[in-house]
Design a protein around this ligand. Structure first.
Ligand code: UDX
Ligand code: ADP
Length: 417
């Protein structure tokens, strides 16, 4: 009855929205998203989806109701039945062994590829590239056409990016002509990204997200393995400076607050790695909060879309471990007691010495800061790690404000002079 069947392995931030959009736009294609994580699959089938993304609810529910978008943990059944298989499993940074801390861990990828080869009884198009497929299939008449289709959707704007992408890349098998990488073509492809320009040059406390750091580190590793040490060093410095930016921000907070935050309540507004998502993978908030805890601050944390359980787990997990299932979070009891998570930002600010903004949620600019100021310990500080607040207004209320890349507040300047 269906014109075509698609299965997508991996019901995460990439697989979920991408497949929902394909199903929504193509009513005669049956799309099934499969995942070994049964809790995640149940959530995709429920009213409360496992990820927050503006516009996603409508698209998923419409396609689900129509019947051509389904979610299942019966991975092999749907992979066997599909004509096209998308692979969007996680590729974390390796935590041990060769290339630890840099190279991509392809364990999940390889497992998925071997499974496709084992369960397939008909020829298929596999969207991604893998060299393990053909060698593991027992029936030589079964053909795997392997395509690569890198995703450019950014979280928080995934639906808009899928609806009107400014570029789509699809690659096939290596050809002789394809091997001549022409740098001008590469430049052209990159230049079609409309974010290269004013849309993407906002100063922040540091970049985060599951992709950027991981992909840069993997690039470092690849450069090293092909002998391009200078290029590897260049890219590695991007990660180093990003880490430095987070430490520097913590340092600024401590210095401005009379060189001690011990026992002081610091309210953190925003924990997600950017606005319009509940995703906390590699969020700069983790390092900033750990830095503040390390100097014995008491943290009040509020994020509109991140749960208390997620925040506590993130603050108890070591770097790179989050993407490795089965990792046990381990938080020192003293730190656990130093963290309080609030549903409401105004309550979170009460009795605190400072507000630290770590995510650029629009609603943070709309709060009644006069009322908030009244409930805080004086002098009341605001450290705006995303430059989203009205700093002149806050200063007129009496706040001491630190903003990124802007002249220092006269109060903080006096400390440095
Ligand atoms: C990224 C790529 O943009 C996307 O094309 C790719 O497909 C997946 O990885 P994403 O991780 O969702 O997308 O986030 P992105 O919007 O690129 O932001 C990454 C980090 O940089 C965030 O923490 C964000 O807050 C920060 N950022 C971004 C800034 O600090 N300033 C900016 O101007 C833009
Ligand atoms: P991304 O942000 O790239 O989408 P996620 O971690 O959100 O990454 O999603 C990847 C998903 O892939 C996870 O839900 C994980 O359980 C799933 N996954 C990993 N390996 C397999 C596999 N062999 N079969 C099915 N699902 C898998």
């Amino acid at each position: 009855m269906w014109a075509l069947k698609i299965a997508c392995i991996g019901a995460g931030y990439v697989g979920g929205p991408t497949m929902a959009m394909i199903a929504y736009k193509c009513p005669d294609i049956e799309v099934t998203v499969v995942d070994i994580n049964e809790a995640r699959i149940s959530a995709w089938k429920s009213d409360i989806l496992p990820i927050y993304e503006p516009g996603l609810d409508h698209i998923v529910k419409a396609a689900r109701d129509r019947g051509n978008l389904q979610f299942s943990s019966d991975v092999t059944k749907h992979v066997a039945a599909a004509d096209i298989i998308f692979v969007s499993v996680n590729t974390p940074t390796k935590v041990q062994g060769v290339g630890a801390g840099k190279a991509a861990d392809l364990t999940y990828w390889e497992k998925a590829a071997r499974m496709i080869a084992t369960v397939s009884t008909t020829s298929k198009i596999v969207v991604e590239k893998s060299t393990v497929l053909r060698r593991n299939c027992r029936d030589p008449s079964i053909h795997f056409e392997i395509l690569s289709n890198p995703e450019f959707l950014a979280e928080g704007t995934a639906i808009a990016d899928l609806e009107s992408p400014d570029r789509v890349l699809i690659g096939g098998k290596e050809t002789v002509s394809g091997r001549r990488a022409d740098v001008q073509q590469v430049g052209h492809a990159i230049g079609t990204d409309s974010r290269i320009g004013h849309k993407f040059l906002n100063a922040s406390v540091g970049f985060g997200g599951s992709c950027f750091q991981k992909d840069i580190l993997n690039l470092v590793y690849i450069c090293e393995t092909v002998g391009l040490q200078q290029v590897a060093d260049y890219w590695h410095s991007v990660v180093h400076i990003n880490n430095y930016q987070k430490q520097r921000f913590v340092g600024r907070i401590i210095e401005a607050m009379f060189n001690t935050i011990s026992g002081k309540i610091v309210t953190v507004l925003g924990f997600a790695f950017k606005k319009d998502t509940g995703d906390t993978r590699e969020t700069p908030a983790i390092d900033v909060c750990k830095g503040l805890l390390n100097d014995n601050a008491q943290l009040h944390i509020h994020d509109p879309k991140v749960s208390e359980a997620q925040i506590r787990q993130d603050l108890a997990t070591s770097p790179f471990q989050w993407d490795h299932p089965g990792t046990v979070a381990n938080c020192k009891a003293a730190e656990r007691d130093s963290i309080r998570v609030f549903d409401n930002a105004v309550d979170a600010c009460k009795d605190s010495h400072a507000i630290v903004v770590l995510t650029e949620w629009k609603e943070f600019a709309k709060y009644d800061y006069t009322a908030i100021w009244d409930t805080m310990v004086k002098p009341a500080f605001i450290f705006d790690g995303r430059n989203v607040l009205d700093h002149d207004h806050l200063r007129s209320l009496g706040f001491i404000v630190y903003a990124l890349g802007k002249p220092l507040d006269p109060f903080i300047q006096r400390i440095y002079s």
